[in-house]
Design a protein around this ligand. Structure first.
Ligand SMILES: [Zn+2]
Length: 188
């Protein structure tokens, strides 16, 4: 999705919830004997916009990216990419120009929705901003059926302890903040 990356003003940012904990006044003071029980910490949750460079989801609408057809199809549950009409090269991620012949005569084609895990890893700590509550999670490289494309993505429906190379997976889409959509793979 490299084409969606350039900075563009006016995009509606996705948001992340940030919890701020206020300590009770006597929490750090040297408590004397027989004081009243410590009050529980007060948690306030506010919603902040994710900083642009930390937002993992690309721009999706036609105003912001020429790859918007990819996201339009994804909203319909279809994974697509571009193929060069001159040399018939199947490109991933989708492009606006062929990296081989530099032509812009590309067509959108559907990709299979099933595949197998070629490799995977588990994210146990240090999740990206906004994904902290999803730890631990699995990410992997998926070989799609009947095409020579290997896609990176989140893998759900299996714990990292039970995940195995060769695991059959199928594509699924999900709603993302800001009215956006993205894909991931579910273990079968
Ligand atoms: Zn080409």
């Amino acid at each position: 999705m490299a084409e969606g990356a350039p900075s563009t003003p006016g995009r509606k940012p996705s948001t992340v919830q940030v919890a701020q904990v206020e300590r009770a006044p006597d929490a750090t003071a040297s408590a004397g004997p027989s004081e009243s029980p410590e009050k529980p910490a007060k948690v306030e949750v506010e919603t902040r916009a994710l900083p642009f460079l930390l937002d993992f989801l690309p721009l999706q609408d036609a105003k912001n990216t020429r790859l918007s057809p990819f996201f339009d199809a994804l909203r319909l549950g279809r994974l697509t990419t571009t193929r060069c009409r001159r040399d018939l090269e199947l490109l991933w991620p989708p492009r606006v120009a062929c990296p081989t012949c530099h032509g812009e005569e590309l067509e959108w084609v559907d990709l299979p929705s099933r595949g197998h895990l070629y490799a995977f890893s588990a994210v146990l700590a240090g999740a990206p901003l906004g994904m902290e509550s999803e730890l631990p999670f699995v990410v992997g490289l998926v070989d799609l059926e009947s095409v020579t494309l290997r896609l990176f993505g989140r893998v759900v429906g299996v714990s990292w302890q039970e995940c195995r190379v060769g695991q059959p997976v199928r594509l699924e889409t999900y709603d993302a903040p800001g009215g956006r959509v993205f894909y991931r793979f579910r273990a079968e």
